[in-house]
Each structure stands twice: as structure tokens, then as C-alpha cells.
Design a binder for this molecule. Structure first.
Ligand code: ARG
Ligand code: GLU
Length: 713
């Protein structure tokens, strides 16, 4: 079968796509070598050194890692920082109470004294990056096993990081690129006093909610504002009343001239993870095994959450952030399945492999070295398939039952030495309080029943954890009955009692608890029957994938390769442009406030489409000031920049490096781009910077913030 398919593809029935100019997440340090000429040909007006330069202030000095997984940018000399609303959301929520809910009301600090302190929130500036491959990869590996080589690499990385950090306040981080074929050292400067300056109400920042998430057209002002503070000498320091706003090395000028179709655009940020160099067997496995099972399990979880959230306002508030998180990846995987299918991604990979194979075979040395890779990957993914189901049923299934997570966390605590327990006691008590703040046992109980059902539906009898088998025999066709019994019998739903156990070191009480026992049974079965085998296969796959990466680079010597995203700074560039999602349908590249008003639901059927009266008035009177375009105001736009998760909050810039938008999402047809970027279908979605400024100025009444920015009219 494989041979026949390879033969058909060798006849070029499906076009092979190599990285086109617009595809790629490029390393800032290599732009001048790899991309500058092409960027200029596409309209870029600056030079690579304006983006990345260690000798003088440049654009990279204004782009930061915000918190644990987002990007942000500095937009004033006094350290004003812009990122997404969904990136600042948990911070905004942390300042909220029922009587003063900043997520609902929004927040605008009237002066610096009102900027709100956020313990734990950090911002990291990239000082520089450098290729350290020769220092990390051992020169002599003869006779070493892959595990031994990995251990040497880890030790070398650690030693280099330690050496580079010594005597500095910097963070040094060695990262692997191209599956371990190249290593770069990143030096970061971390600021720890980051204050909340402003945020629109969720109804504006998150307008469209889960309904519109991952979909174009969009109308949300997904932004929030922070400020970076430092000690009076300018050095990073934890919060202190004496701290002052940083004197920014560089801040982005903001263009309010607007964007038009075909304009050059680029995004600098911290994309998290992509896999563009997989084999056809890996894409096939993702499309037909991994994504479907995780979508099915999250579907079941979301249905229970939604039903229970509708019944009670309290539960709705408790679970809104959890729901958004579960739903975000769920929806992305769903879009990925659709995209990979319609774009024939597996066939495209097969066509690519046919060309790869024939080119490889022209060179006997390459053939001898690499011809085993693709057949072996195909076999390994076949063997991985049954293990994937079991693995996902644990990770997205059993382990998603919050009471079992709770039991696991407690068991971790009780497995410590008495001295360690003493040290961790107050932290653990705080964890228990935090857990119950956003916990509803009834919801969790129904969720558990739904998950047990899925075990039976999805796993062949011989792979079922014995405990699930027993349950289904004792409670035939009645997992709800079992779950009710479990939750009634468990004392883990009682916070005061659990705290008592912790204070008394009463591990016996925990061990007797039925929820603990279920957790222990599921965990031990998972580790014995699934995890070891899965990890072993996966390690083999990673080893082959590393060799496949090298092989692709050696076979296609004329092609420019960019490394997969790994949460290091990257530049991607493309054009402002619409697309055709289906035959006969054209999606325009921008949206407007008139369009937002058309989606408005005042008596909300769906709360996602409600927004406050003040915005209504501004729209009715067309009070858009200098942010208008014609008689309307543009809200969002799309472009062919290759982005992924982590790029949230990234600056979208024009050919002159001026800020024109704030990246926050991708389109439904293009969520497959983490595996299969198709320039015809993949778009990044940004808020038009003029909509951001309008909301700050006209809606928030915080025009003084605009005054500290550098606007280009
Ligand atoms: N899809 C965007 C990103 O991946 C936005 C997520 C937050 N918004 C939401 N409605 N859940 O992360
Ligand atoms: N919303 C994503 C994030 O939080 C960015 C969109 C994407 O995945 O492209 O990083």
C-alpha cells in the first residue's frame, strides 16, 4: 500500500509545498543572513539590525515574555506594556471581588499610584541569543547510548547556564532547536514588579467569547495594559513602594495611519510549539488517533460543565476560567482535524516524502544513512496507537476528575518526610482553600460519571483499568449511580476535615477514602500498563525524528529551514490579506464597530455578544476621533503571519516597525498551521491598534495614557 501511494505521489499528483517566503518563525539573530533580502523584496523598509542588535537599542528590546506563556510589548518610555486581555485575565481576576469585579467593570488607573501590584507576575527581556551548539553537543559520542548522550547534553547545558549567570542578575537558558541538532543560549533580564494599568470590561475584551474563539471575523478588543517597575537604580527588584517605572531601552512607535490589503506586516514574539517537519505517519496519527480521542473526551467534559454552569451563577463564575481553558484547546484540535482533512495534509506529506526519498536515493551515502527512518516511524506510530487511547483516557479522562487530582496532590504531601511536611504545611492548607474556592462537587460527580462511560466506550476490554471493569460490573449501565455513591462516601469534599488531616498528619484517613483509592488504582494501572510503554515508543520516535530533521536538511540543501517554535523569540512576516474559506466565499481582511453592533445582543440570548451601554453611545454618536477610518472604526484585521500559541499579545508591525495591531488568535481554517501551514488558508488575527487606543481614550477616559505613547499620524 505504502509503495503504491509513494508511486502515485512520485507522479506529482499532489503538489509538494516547500516553505514559502511567508511561512516560518525565524530566529532574530539570523535574519540578516536568511531573510533580510526577501523581507525587503516584500516591502520591509528597515534593516535586520533594526529588529535584532546587541550593540544598540532595537525592536527586540521592546518585546517581552509576559507571565508564563504570552508576549507583550513596551509602548512608552516609562515602561507601559501592552498584551492581550486573555493574557492579563487571571491578574485582573485576582483584583476582583463580587462587589468590585474588575473583569466585568474593567479598570483604568487614574494615575501611577493607582496602578495595581501583582505578586508573582514577571516580564522577561531578551538581552541576547547565541549559537552554542559546539559547547553543548559532545564531540565524541562513540560507544555512548542515546540516553548517555542526552545526559551529557543536559550536563553541558546546565554548566554553561551556571557559568553565564555567575555574577550577573540575568537568567541564562540553553534551548534545543531542530530536534537537538542545534542549541542556542538565551540571556534574559527578569522584572518582578509589574503593575496593572488598565483593562476593558470582559464584554469588550472578550466580546464573542467561546463562540467566536478561533474564528474570523472577530470584534474583540483583546488587550490589557501593565507597567514595568524597577528599583530606583533601574535594576529589576521585587515590589517596593520606592520602585519607579523603568526607563525603557526602546519602545514601539504606534501608527494610526491604518492598514490596507497587501501591506507588509511582521510579528515579533514568543511562539510556543509547532511541528512542521513530521512524517506522514505522525500527521496521520495526530489526525486519526490523538486529536479525535482528546476532542471526544473534552466534548464530554464541556457538556457537563456547561449544563451545571447554566444551573447556577455561582458555579458559572467558579468555572468560567476553567471552561475557557478546556474549551480553547478543544476547539483548536477540532479545527485542526477539519483543516488537516480538507487540506489533505497526510497526502501532502506523502508527496513530500516521495520527493525526499528519490532525492535521498540519488546519493548512496545519504540513502544508507537515512532510508530506515520513514518505514520505522510508520511502524512506531502504529504501535503507539493503542497506547495513545489509554494515555489520553488517563490524562484527559480520569485525571480530569478534580477530586482525583485533589487526592493525588494530598497523597504527594503525605508522602513527604515529617520535616518536609512541616515546611509545606501552610502552603498545602492554602492550596486546599484555593481548590475549594473554584470547586463544585456536583459538577465533578457528573463529570466523573461521564468519564467512566468513555472508558467503556473507547477502550477495548483488555486495556480497561481493572477498577473501571469492576465498577461497571457492580453498577451495570449506571455510572451516575456509582459516582453518586463515590462522592457521598468520600470525605475529600469537606475542606475543614481535610485541613484537620493535614494538621494532624492523618495519612490513614486519606488512605481509607474511596476517592483516594480510586485515584491510586487508576494511577498505578496507568503507570504500569501505559506510561512506560508509551514513553519508550515516544523516545524512539523522537530519536528518529531528530535524524529525519537532519536528513531533510541534508537532502534539501537549497531550502531555507526555520526551527519549530519552542517559546524563544521569533519573527514571522507576511501580508495583510483576506482569504477564501470555501469556494465562492471571500473573507475581507478587516472588521468594524458597525459589525460589532450588528452582533450585539442587549437582552443576551448568548452573553458572549453583550456589551455595555457606554460603548453603544459611542457607536451611536460615532465618537471615534482620530481613530476613525471614514465614518467607521476598524476593530480587527487578519494577515498571513505564521503564529501559534504564545504569540498572544505579540506586536504586529508595519514595514517601518511601527505598531499597527496586537496579535491574539488564528482563524478556524488555519488552526492546523502548527502541523501544516498553508498560506492560502492560515491567518493570524489582530486587534487594530486604533481600536485599542479608542477603547483606552474614549471608552476608558484614560487619554493621559495615550499622551505617553509615540503616535505616528
Ligand atoms: N484562541 C486564543 C488563543 O489560543 C484565545 C484564547 C482565549 N480566549 C478564549 N475565548 N478562551 O489562545
Ligand atoms: N490565543 C493564542 C495565545 O494565547 C494565540 C493564537 C494562536 O494560537 O495562534 O497565544
Amino acid at each position: 500500500m505504502r509503495l503504491l501511494r509513494l508511486f502515485l505521489f512520485a507522479l506529482q499528483l499532489i503538489p509538494v509545498r516547500y516553505a514559502r517566503a511567508d511561512e516560518g518563525m525565524w530566529l532574530p539573530v539570523l535574519l540578516s543572513v536568511l531573510n533580510e533580502a526577501d523581507m525587503k523584496a516584500q516591502g520591509f523598509k528597515l534593516s535586520a539590525a533594526d529588529i535584532y542588535n546587541v550593540n544598540q537599542a532595537c525592536i527586540k528590546d521592546a518585546v517581552v515574555i509576559f507571565g508564563g506563556g504570552c508576549t507583550g510589548e513596551i509602548i512608552s518610555a516609562d515602561g507601559l506594556l501592552l498584551t492581550n486581555h486573555h493574557c492579563g485575565f487571571s491578574t485582573i481576576q485576582s483584583h476582583s471581588s463580587v462587589s468590585n469585579d474588575l473583569t466585568t467593570l474593567g479598570y483604568w488607573a487614574a494615575n501611577r499610584a493607582e496602578e495595581l501590584v501583582n505578586p508573582g507576575l514577571t516580564v522577561k527581556f531578551l538581552v541576547k541569543m547565541e549559537d552554542v551548539t559546539s559547547l553543548i553537543v559532545p564531540a565524541d559520542t562513540v560507544g555512548k547510548t542515546p540516553e548517555e548522550i542526552q545526559a551529557m547534553i543536559a550536563a553541558n547545558s546546565k554548566a554553561l547556564e551556571t557559568q553565564r549567570m555567575e555574577g550577573t542578575h540575568y537568567l541564562a537558558d540553553v534551548e534545543s532547536f531542530f530536534y537537538g541538532n542545534q542549541y542556542f543560549l538565551m540571556i534574559y533580564e527578569t522584572y518582578q514588579d509589574i503593575r496593572l494599568v488598565g483593562a476593558p470590561p470582559s464584554s469588550i475584551g472578550k466580546f464573542g467569547g467561546e463562540t467566536d474563539n478561533w474564528v474570523w471575523p472577530r470584534h474583540n478588543a483583546d488587550f490589557s495594559l501593565f507597567r514595568v517597575y524597577a528599583a530606583p537604580d533601574g535594576k529589576p527588584a521585587p515590589y517596593s513602594a520606592d520602585n519607579v517605572p523603568i526607563k525603557a531601552k526602546y519602545h514601539l512607535p504606534i501608527s494610526i495611519k491604518g492598514v490596507k490589503e497587501g501591506d507588509f506586516t511582521m510579528v515579533l514574539g514568543f511562539p510556543g510549539s509547532t511541528q512542521e517537519y513530521l512524517s506522514s505517519s505522525a500527521v496521520d496519527w495526530t489526525l486519526h488517533v490523538l486529536d479525535p480521542v482528546r476532542v471526544e473526551l473534552r466534548d464530554a467534559r464541556l457538556a457537563v460543565m456547561e449544563r451545571e454552569m447554566k444551573k447556577s451563577d455561582e458555579v458559572r463564575i467558579q468555572y468560567s476560567a476553567k471552561y475557557a481553558t478546556v474549551s480553547n484547546a478543544y476547539k483548536k484540535w477540532k479545527g485542526e482535524i477539519l483543516g488537516l482533512t480538507r487540506d489533505k495534509a497526510v497526502d501532502r506529506k506523502l508527496a513530500y516524502e516521495a520527493v525526499f526519498t528519490s532525492k535521498m536515493n540519488e546519493n548512496p551515502a545519504l540513502q544508507a544513512q537515512y532510508e530506515d527512518i520513514l518505514p520505522r516511524l510508520e511502524l512506531l506510530y502504529e504501535e503507539l496507537t493503542p497506547l495513545t487511547l489509554s494515555q489520553q483516557l488517563f490524562i484527559e479522562g480520569g485525571y480530569s476528575i478534580e477530586l482525583l487530582q485533589f487526592a493525588y496532590r494530598l497523597s504527594q504531601y503525605f508522602s513527604k518526610s515529617p520535616a518536609e511536611m512541616k515546611q509545606d504545611q501552610s502552603k498545602t492548607l492554602a492550596y486546599v482553600s484555593g481548590f475549594f474556592k473554584n470547586y463544585n462537587a456536583t459538577l465533578d460527580q457528573h463529570l466523573a460519571a461521564a468519564i467512566f462511560e468513555k472508558y467503556i466506550q473507547l477502550l477495548p476490554e483488555e486495556n480497561l483499568p481493572p477498577v473501571i471493569d469492576e465498577i461497571s460490573e457492580t453498577y451495570p449501565d449506571n455510572f451516575e449511580g456509582y459516582a453518586a455513591n463515590l462522592f457521598e462516601g468520600s470525605q475529600l469534599t469537606n475542606p475543614d476535615l481535610v485541613k484537620e488531616w493535614i494538621e494532624q498528619g492523618n495519612v490513614e484517613a486519606l488512605r481509607k477514602d474511596p476517592a483516594y483509592q480510586l485515584m491510586a488504582a487508576l494511577f498505578s494501572h496507568y503507570f504500569m500498563a501505559t506510561a512506560d510503554g508509551y514513553n519508550e515508543k515516544n523516545a524512539d520516535i523522537q530519536g528518529l525524528q531528530q535524524r529525519y530533521m537532519t536528513a531533510q536538511q541534508q537532502v534539501f540543501t537549497e531550502r531555507k529551514f526555520y526551527p519549530d517554535a519552542n517559546f524563544t523569540m521569533r519573527l514571522t512576516y507576511g501580508k495583510v490579506e483576506g482569504f477564501e474559506p470555501a469556494d465562492g466565499v471571500h473573507y475581507r481582511y478587516y472588521t468594524t464597530l458597525d459589525g460589532l453592533a450588528a452582533k450585539h445582543q442587549a437582552e443576551p440570548e448568548n452573553e458572549d455578544f453583550f456589551y455595555p451601554g457606554k460603548l453603544d453611545t459611542l457607536i451611536a454618536t460615532k465618537n471615534y476621533g482620530r481613530y476613525a477610518q471614514g465614518s467607521d472604526l476598524r476593530t480587527c484585521f487578519i494577515a498571513s503571519n505564521h503564529t501559534t500559541g504564545g504569540n498572544s499579545g505579540s506586536p504586529v508591525m508595519n514595514a517601518e516597525g511601527q505598531l499597527i495591531g496586537l496579535n491574539f488568535d488564528r482563524n478556524w481554517e488555519g488552526t492546523m498551521s502548527d502541523i501544516n501551514y498553508d498560506r492560502d488558508l492560515c491567518r493570524n488575527i489582530s486587534v487594530d491598534i486604533r481600536y485599542v487606543l479608542f477603547v483606552i481614550d474614549k471608552y476608558g477616559g484614560a487619554g493621559y495614557l495615550i499622551d505617553e505613547m509615540t503616535l505616528v499620524e
